[in-house]
Design a protein. Structure first.
Length: 290
């Protein structure tokens, strides 16, 4: 602890490790200003956002095609009879869906690796950098962002192992439950904590990657974690809106061509909403820390 750090009260219990610096005090006025300015930043970078949308769409198509092909070869066209979780687990063990999942994870991991410089260039554009400078930053900061991604991925994996224990025990305890729906509901309830862990980790990852444009690996991780407190509200509503623009639209009773147009239009809007979040994320992590 440095001489300038305030002395903690003896009656206060702190869970902060001794090696982790004390987070800076949050300023509600500045946070409100960040939210207002983020809309303008996202609008000014709308051209870059559209280009990023096309690039991400192309990258995302690869793991989707791999998953479809591997599942078709492993499981065949036969549908799951009852459509409950126990049926899915049992049929996956019999048909070898694990291999399909591994192929999908490999393709998705490589896609994630290639998407890192795209996101870095996108954040730089939202920060008002010129086109050439965005490309240079994306290439120069790529290894740093990968290191941050691996660090957060490792921490998230450990947290998920612990968070998934309740769901695992529920699954093994109620596997012989006569009512399979009861098993499903209990397991889904046990997955709430892992879901919160994943959502928090993805927000932390975005914030830390944004900090990579200026800071080192350790400082980026710290600034990203600190910024969660002031930016979690924005990330929550953006994530909920992006979800509403996705799977629920598949239920619309529209012809295939019309549904494709609606889904693609919604995907563009969802990408713009993500640019709004990244613009605010950049302002949070780029703020001067006293």
């Amino acid at each position: 602890m440095s001489a300038t750090d305030p002395t903690p009260s003896s009656g206060t219990l702190s869970l902060r490790p001794s090696f982790w610096p004390r987070p800076p005090a949050s300023d509600p006025v500045k946070q409100k200003a960040y939210r207002r300015s983020a809309w303008k930043d996202a609008y000014d970078a709308r051209g870059a956002t559209f280009v990023v949308h096309l690039l991400i769409l192309g990258l995302a198509a690869w793991p989707a095609i791999v998953w479809r092909n591997t599942v078709a070869r492993a499981a065949g066209p036969a549908p799951i009879e009852q459509g409950v979780l126990l049926d899915l687990v049992g049929q996956g063990e019999e048909t070898g869906l694990g291999g399909a999942l591994l192929a999908f994870v490999f393709a998705g991991g490589l896609t994630l690796f290639l998407s890192v410089p795209i996101q870095l260039g996108w954040i730089a554009a939202l920060a008002g950098r010129e086109r050439r400078e965005c490309l240079e930053l994306a290439i120069q900061r790529w290894p740093r962002a990968i290191a941050v991604t691996l660090a957060i991925g490792l921490i998230t994996a450990i947290a998920l192992i612990l968070a998934c224990l309740p769901a695992y025990f529920l699954h093994t305890s109620y596997q012989t439950e006569p009512n399979a729906r009861t098993h499903d509901l209990l397991v889904l309830a046990g997955l709430i904590i892992p879901f919160v862990v994943v959502v928090t980790a993805t927000a932390w990852l975005d914030l830390s990657r944004a900090a990579c444009l200026r800071q080192g690996i350790g400082e980026s991780l710290k600034r990203g974690w600190w910024a969660l407190r002031g930016s979690s509200g924005t990330y929550t509503w953006v994530t909920l809106l992006r979800f509403a623009l996705g799977p629920p639209l598949l239920l619309l009773p529209l012809p295939p061509v019309a549904l494709l147009i609606v889904l693609q239009s919604a995907a563009i809007v969802a990408t713009f909403l993500r640019s709004r979040w990244l613009a605010e994320a950049w302002r949070h992590v780029a703020a001067k820390v006293g």
